[in-house]
Design a protein around this ligand. Structure first.
Ligand code: SF4
Length: 379
């Protein structure tokens, strides 16, 4: 089979993997590639066409939720590192893709599989001169030297924890070791970034780091997922945790389980951003008795409880206090701090003029000592 045909097969089953922020498939790409080139939003906010693919769809493990598990009967295929690098560069030179997200099924163990991923990255960077975006997956059970090599070649590295702790991982993937195989590489990455000069990497910057959870497949609560997320953001400096809603796959041990509702995914993202960017702690998030987030925006729920009777004076609050107000994010807080140095803010019209949506903030603020809700009704 031609390498292009194999690439098409390898890329077509990758929808469960979220590693960047994806928009719709890039259907305007040349016809033979459309469907597996995705518009992806990069960590810097730029959108690029990204090829998301595997080196091989064969796998020796039997994770209970995964479409690539060994016991599943479907057509599998493989590309060698050189084939993958050449075909990707062909697409890149033709203007079809700007970046690559490269993962793999496990064959011959994590060390051997990681070697093939690193070989592909090495050929792209050192032999073919690729200077674009490269996201490399770190395989379970790799060695520390391999993690460092991958970091020197990639813009982003990631290893999927899949579950928030060993007990839950045992339900999803009983043959994976949570601590030694999955969490340890994330600790190594953090250690390498903090103790080695970044100018040894290909572009003078260490890659960002991400992980992914399969949400709802192991009966875990939101408290479990977000406690681990808090640890990853605060102690291991991860850039992003992704929440991939569980979807049952035919011919897997979990095929009879219901799919996870998208609403849960959305609440988890909202809560994780509150932890990462807004200074919220786990204790402040609104969980129910089962340890799950309530079915409403967690920041709004917190504000209704804490700010309705104690509104925040927009002209005096510090950045942390501003970030607690629904409708004000890091950008809005920075704008407010800048604008109020020039003028005292007195009206909702002034808020609107600097890009703050008054409807969301008004129930929780004071403007120059006054509640502005009446002003809003007059607009
Ligand atoms: S090791 Fe990865 S590819 Fe293989 S079955 Fe498990 S999750 Fe799927």
């Amino acid at each position: 089979m031609e390498p292009q045909e194999r690439l098409k097969i390898l890329s077509s089953d990758m929808d469960f993997e979220l590693a960047e922020d994806f928009n719709c498939p890039k259907i305007e790409s040349k016809k033979k590639y459309s469907g597996f080139v995705h518009d992806a939003v990069m960590p810097n906010g730029k959108t690029i066409p990204l090829l998301k693919t595997l080196l091989t769809s064969a796998c020796e493990r039997d994770c209970h939720y995964c479409p690539f598990r060994a016991a599943r009967n479907f057509r599998r295929t493989t590309l060698k590192p050189d084939e993958m690098a050449q075909i990707f560069m062909g697409m890149h030179r033709a203007g079809i893709v700007e970046g690559l997200f490269l993962s793999s099924g496990l064959i011959g163990g994590g060390v051997s599989t990681q070697d093939r991923l690193i070989d592909t990255a090495y050929i792209l960077r050192k032999k073919l001169g690729f200077k674009g975006y490269l996201h490399l997956k770190i395989m379970p059970g790799v060695e520390i030297d391999q993690v460092e090599q991958a970091m020197k070649l990639a813009n982003r590295v990631s290893i999927n924890l899949e579950a928030p702790n060993p007990k839950r991982l045992n339900i999803l993937a009983p043959h994976k070791e949570f601590g030694d195989e999955l969490l340890q590489p994330l600790k190594w990455i953090n250690g390498i970034r903090s103790s080695n000069p970044k100018n040894t990497s290909w572009n003078g910057r260490w890659p960002s780091v991400a992980t992914q959870f399969v949400v709802g497949g192991a009966g875990e609560s939101d408290v479990e997922l977000l406690s681990t997320t808090e640890y990853l953001y605060q102690d291991l400096n991860l850039r992003r945790t992704y929440f991939s809603p569980f979807n049952p796959v035919k011919d897997t041990p979990l095929e009879g389980q219901p799919a996870t509702k998208l609403q849960r995914e959305s609440r988890l993202y909202q809560a994780s951003f509150l932890i990462r960017d807004y200074g919220f702690s786990m204790e402040e998030l609104p969980f129910n008795q089962q340890g799950n987030l309530q079915d409403s925006d967690p920041k709004l729920s917190w504000a209704k409880l804490h700010l309705t009777e104690n509104p925040v004076e927009i002209n005096q609050a510090n950045k942390e206090q501003l970030l607690r107000i629904p409708g004000i994010g890091p950008k809005g807080a920075a704008t407010l701090l800048r604008e109020r140095r020039k003028n005292r803010l007195r009206s909702v019209e002034e808020l609107r003029n600097i890009g703050i949506n008054p409807t969301r903030v008004v129930p929780f603020i004071l403007l120059d000592g006054h509640r502005p809700s009446r002003q809003l009704s007059l607009l």
